[in-house]
Structure formats: C-alpha cells, structure tokens
Write a protein that binds this ligand. Structure first.
Ligand code: ADP
Length: 389
C-alpha cells in the first residue's frame, strides 16, 4: 500500500469538506472524511469519520471562515497521522473562460483566477483563501485545481452559445455548466457499462442535468453560473430575461439584491412558500400543503422536460441516471419524472424504485434507469494523483 495521502478540499457556502485519500489496488480510497459545518454561524460543528463512516472525532466549534476550518483540520491530521501529505486538490466551481482543465496551481493560474472573481463572486474568493492557507500549512506540497466546469469543455459551440452579441461571447459569457466532477465520477463508475447516449440528473440542493455522448458532455442545464437551468432548492433556474428587467425597473433591485433573490429566495423555497428541502416538501404535500405539492410538481416537470430535450440532443437515449440527495433518495421524484417519459421507452419497476436499487427500470424498459452516488472528492483525488505523477 502506498503511503502518499492526497488532501481534498471542497468548500460549500457555509461548509468545508476535507478528505484524505490513499492509493490502494489501483484506485484511490478515502481514509478520513472531515466536515466543518455552520461556518460563519453560531452553531458550528466539526466531525472526522473513518473510511467506514465511524466517527473518529467530533466537536462543536465555530469557525469564522473555511480557511480557519482547514487550519484546524490540518492540526488534527498532523497530531494523529505522521504521514506527510503528498498533494492537495481543490474543488473550484468556476475558473472563467481560460481555466477549463484540471491543473497544477501555479502563479499564473492564481493570477487568472483572481481576474475572474466576477464569474463566481461568492465562491472564487473562498477558494483563493483556501489555496493561500494550504500553501502556508503545507509548504512545498503541490496543489491542484479541479474545476466543476472542466467536464463540459467538450460541449459543442451550438450548446455553449447564448444568443447575444459575439463581443460578449468573446468576453466569456456563455454556457459553462457545473457539477462536472459529479458527472465525471458517474462516467467513471459506469466504466464498461457506459452507454453512448446517457442523461444524468444530478438532483441535490443544487441541481442540473447533463447530456453525455460516449462519456463526453454534449449539453447541460446550468449556464454561465450555477443559478441557471432547472429550479433548485433556493435558486430560480432559467428565467425569461424580462423578469430581471422588471425587477430592476419596477422593483428597483440592484445586482446584489437580485443575486440574493435568485440564489437564496427562489426555487422550491419560493414556490412552496418557505420549504426548500425535498423531505420537508414531501411531508408537507402529504399533509395537504398545496404550495409544497406545486414545488414538487414544478421540479419534476422541469427535470422531465430536460431529459426529453436531451434525448433529442443525443438522438436517442440508452440510460438515465438519477444522482445526489433527491436523485438517490426520493422515490416520488424519480417516479414522477419517469411517468411522463414512457413515450421514450422509460418504464420503472415500482418495487425496485421503492427499494432504491441501482437499476430501477423494468426488464421490458427500452432505457436503463439507474440510481448512483456521485463521488466528487474521490474524482479530485484521482485527478491529483494522475497530475502529480
Ligand atoms: P447538496 O447540493 O447540498 O450537496 P444533497 O445532494 O445533499 O445537496 O441533496 C439534498 C436534497 O436531498 C434535499 O432536498 C433533501 O431533502 C434531499 N433528500 C435527502 N434524503 C432524501 C430522502 N430520503 N427523500 C427525499 N429527499 C431526500
């Protein structure tokens, strides 16, 4: 067994995932899974688990920033494991138009990333701070950037272009797509079963779909930013641009107010009148809450519409994969999405669906329907290992 652990750093809006991976039998295996949650708030937690999910360490602790949480984790790792870190991998949501491949972080990469902060003003500064802190905590250890947009760099121009002036396209205003590490990991896991025409529905709090032809992205629902595409927990998804103009002119909203409305107060939360979590929505709908039912209906309608559109993009469909929190666990959402896809040849086995089996389509279904777990951090570790060799 090689003893060269890779540290994977994956930051969310108020959380930080920190994983340690090692190489075993030709693939990466997670040794430690760390999560700092509630960052910036009054009820923070920090938990470390081992490879089997057993809690190794748990405490209530408030971190002011993701970088502070990283420093805390680094101190704990150093105390409990004498093995030096071999490489560090960062998940980076957006790298702008010129950083579209996973790569070693150099001075040039940092300069480019700093120049592109406006593409993801809430995310890129956090990533820059984490890279900086990691270089102090682990001097001389190579760091790598893995971009959520990289997988979609294979999209043809016809899918990537917005119908706006070319000068804006030249500035980098086009569809990038996100959840790329999740899609890559599904393609990796399917391995020999990877079909030519695949649609993956990554349905978590953030949700998107990708049309994948022979393992490469052919189209995806998110656009310039992760606010686009289908409605999500608190994000609006695609809107008629006229809505934004109305909000600016009539409601006098500026960019910050719009950013907050469209990212934090829209989507399922807005449709239901306050609930954004699918479990809560399902419970409320069962209790007769019409707003919750509407939110679920709009969500499933939107997913179904994109699946059918992507069957057209791919010229057919061999397999549909449901992934992430809602995709992996909501029997109801999967059933409702597939209900309208019978015309494509999708037929669910309701018992298998209820049991959350890997294959949930019936034996007579023309299209294989599956439930799979994205392995984003593992995918980052794989890239880091390959790039550092
Ligand atoms: P994130 O994008 O934050 O990583 P997740 O992939 O964890 O999100 O997905 C969170 C969503 O998954 C929530 O809406 C949650 O309600 C939903 N979810 C988790 N478990 C279940 C379940 N058993 N049934 C229905 N929805 C579920």
């Amino acid at each position: 067994m090689s003893q060269q652990p890779i540290l994977v750093i994956n930051s969310g809006s108020s959380s930080l995932k920190i994983g340690l991976f090692n190489r075993e039998n030709g693939d990466e295996r997670q040794l430690v899974d760390g999560l700092a949650d509630g960052i910036g708030g009054p009820a923070g937690t920090f938990v470390l688990k081992d490879a089997r999910g057993e809690v190794l360490y748990s405490e209530k602790i408030n971190f002011a920033s993701q970088s502070e949480a990283l420093e805390h984790a680094a101190q704990l790792f150093a105390k409990h494991s004498p093995i030096p870190i071999f490489a560090i991998g960062h998940r980076i949501v957006h790298g702008g138009p010129h950083l579209l491949q996973h790569q070693r972080i150099t001075g040039q990469v940092l300069t480019e990333l700093k120049a592109r902060v406006h593409f993801a003003p809430l995310h890129i500064p956090v990533s820059l701070a984490l890279i900086d802190r990691a270089s102090v905590l682990y001097p001389n250890v190579s760091q790598f950037a893995c971009f959520d947009t990289a997988f979609h760099s294979s999209m043809p121009e016809v899918a990537a272009r917005f119908a706006i002036p070319d000068s804006l396209f030249q500035e980098g205003i086009h569809r990038y797509g996100f959840h790329g590490l999740s899609y890559e990991s599904i393609v990796y896991q399917l391995d020999r079963e990877l079909p030519e025409q695949l649609v993956v529905a990554h349905l978590g709090n953030g949700a998107s779909l990708a049309a994948i032809r022979s393992g490469k992205s052919a189209d995806t629902s998110m656009g310039l930013t992760p606010t686009g595409g289908i409605p999500m927990a608190t994000r609006s998804g695609d809107l008629d641009p006229g809505v934004i103009l109305y909000l600016q002119r009539v409601k006098k909203m500026n960019a910050d107010a719009l950013e907050s409305l469209l990212n934090k107060d829209s989507g399922l939360k807005a449709l239901s009148g306050g609930k954004s979590d699918m479990r809560d929505l399902q419970d409320a709908a069962d209790a007769g809450d019409a707003g919750a039912q509407l939110a679920i209906d709009v969500f499933c309608f939107s997913v179904r519409k994109v699946v059918a559109a992507y069957a057209a993009v791919l010229g057919g469909l061999d397999m549909l994969v449901f992934a992430a929190g809602i995709g992996e666990h909501s029997v109801r959402v999967r059933a409702k999405v597939c209900e309208g896809l019978a015309f494509l040849g999708v037929a669910l086995d309701s018992t298998r669906n209820e049991q959350n089996k890997t294959v949930i389509s019936s034996t007579s279904s023309k299209i294989s329907v599956r439930v799979m777990s994205p392995e984003e951090d593992l995918q980052i570790a794989r890239h880091c290992r390959a790039l550092s060799l």
